[in-house]
Design a binder for this molecule. Structure first.
Ligand SMILES: [Zn+2]
Length: 95
């Protein structure tokens, strides 16, 4: 049974079609240990970018982008602090 693609670009709203070169990305944080024993390690912001992968695209925290231009907008939003990293479930109005 073929799954119907209902993804749309999180930057421009374009509907995904099969042959497009789309990207998935999500924002996360990771701790890097600079020196052992110097208190809490700093948390750095990381952006995970992956070529389109259906299983990855299904993750709740993953954003979808129709190309490099829109992916770039997402990266800009994250780096400027405009994107919430948690608790933002987008348009699914569940709670
Ligand atoms: Zn787009």
């Amino acid at each position: 049974m073929a799954k119907v693609d209902t993804y749309s670009c999180d930057s421009c709203g374009t509907q995904r079609k099969t042959a497009n070169h789309w990207f998935c990305a999500h924002q996360s944080t990771m701790e890097i240990v600079v020196r052992v024993g110097q208190g809490k390690p700093p948390k750095i912001k990381v952006i995970v970018i992956q070529e389109w992968e259906d299983e990855y695209a299904d993750r709740a925290d993953v954003t979808h982008h129709c190309g490099l231009e829109c992916l770039n907008k997402f990266v800009n939003r994250v780096l400027s602090g405009a994107t919430a990293s948690s608790g933002d479930a987008g348009e699914t109005g569940e709670s």
